[in-house]
Design a protein around this ligand. Structure first.
Ligand code: ADP
Ligand code: TRP
Length: 322
């Protein structure tokens, strides 16, 4: 069975972009892959400086993962902080990482320009990500488009290490859904936890509806024919329903025919989200009331990840002469 690894930072509430770009792939893949999915809590230290907030976010991401449909019988679900060996691996990789590889990483510059502090942790963030990945010898890393460069850096680092020390790391493949670019948020920019433009499908109905009604649209009048591809409401609808779903084709047709206002499209999106995530919303409520179950899932996930990562770290230590 092919092995998969991926993770998400607990830097805020998960949203439809995370679902469309990442989590949906995890759920599809868990059927016939060996899965390692984790909460990137060390990575979140590059942006979250409030201990209470971090702790709470970590818990919420685990609950969201489970509510969206990750099945702990099929997926090893763990916290990055429960496998501290990845930081040792990060160091071993840092020592073969040419500085220019980090200089050309775009996410550091992007995040600093958005106000994150330019810490060394943020600068070397991709090396820690490489350690997360290479530590479990995965075949595939499913992520959203914005993580492409990080997975490419991981591959380059694995190759650099292997060139120096022999074949220690498996070089994994990137997996990006072909129909999913980056999902826009309510303001039309990339949906992100940190831009206050995200739609969280677990929101209570009233604020959820309000959020959806606040999506930016152009000022085309109701009767005008509209291009669905240019509309954020449609793009989000398509990401939730699926590009091949008849509901998506139906809505596209209504845009093209004219006679439908954006309010109506937004109402359709609101109803779609309630319908698609009905089971997930119920599951999330149940999980919030069962901390013992969540702890046990994490304990088992950490045990499996520890076993795997310890073996890889020990291989790397031996290779470098420690
Ligand atoms: P955020 O930008 O909200 O902090 P993360 O960087 O933690 O999100 O991303 C977690 C995962 O979700 C990554 O695989 C990322 O590529 C994916 N992802 C995040 N935002 C989007 C989006 N708007 N569209 C598609 N995928 C996304
Ligand atoms: N950088 C990823 C993000 O912002 C999170 C992450 C950390 C990750 N380590 C990883 C993703 C390893 C995939 C594999 O979303």
């Amino acid at each position: 069975m092919k092995r998969v690894l991926s993770g998400i930072q607990p830097s805020g509430q998960l949203h439809l972009g995370n679902y469309a770009g990442a989590i949906r792939q995890f759920i599809d893949m868990q059927v016939d892959h060996e899965m390692y999915i984790f909460v990137a809590s060390y990575h979140a230290l590059t942006s979250v400086r409030e201990p209470k907030v971090l702790k709470e976010n970590i818990r919420q991401v685990v609950i969201d993962y489970l509510a969206f449909g990750l099945d702990p019988k099929k997926t090893h679900l763990y916290l990055q902080q429960d496998v501290p060996q990845v930081t040792e691996l990060c160091w071993l990789l840092s020592c073969v990482c040419p500085k220019h590889m980090m200089d050309k990483a775009t996410s550091f510059k992007d995040k600093v320009s958005k106000g994150l502090s330019a810490s060394i942790g943020l600068y070397t963030y991709p090396i820690l990500q490489a350690a997360d990945i290479l530590g479990v010898d995965p075949d595939f890393v499913p992520v959203g488009e914005d993580q492409r460069q990080h997975v490419e850096i991981t591959r380059d680092l694995a190759e650099a290490f292997n060139r120096q020390y022999g074949p220690v790391f498996k070089v994994p493949d990137l997996k990006i859904r072909k129909d999913a670019g980056l999902l826009p948020g309510v303001d039309g920019q990339k949906m992100s936890k940190s831009y206050n433009n995200a739609i969280d499908p677990f929101m209570a109905e009233k604020p959820l509806r309000k959020r959806i009604m606040s999506i930016v649209t152009d000022s085309a009048p109701v009767e005008e024919k509209k291009d669905p591809k240019k509309c954020v409401v449609f793009q989000i609808f398509q990401a939730v329903a699926g590009a091949d779903d008849p509901r998506t084709a139906q809505l596209a047709e209504r845009y093209q025919r004219g006679g439908m206002g954006y309010g109506e499209a937004k109402q359709a999106l609101f109803e779609l989200i309630l319908q698609e995530f009905a089971a997930a919303r119920t599951r999330r409520e149940e999980l919030s009331k069962d901390p013992g179950y969540v702890d046990e899932v994490l304990r088992q996930g950490a045990a499996a990840a520890n076993e795997k990562i310890s073996a890889v770290v020990s291989r790397a230590r031996t290779a470098v002469g420690l």
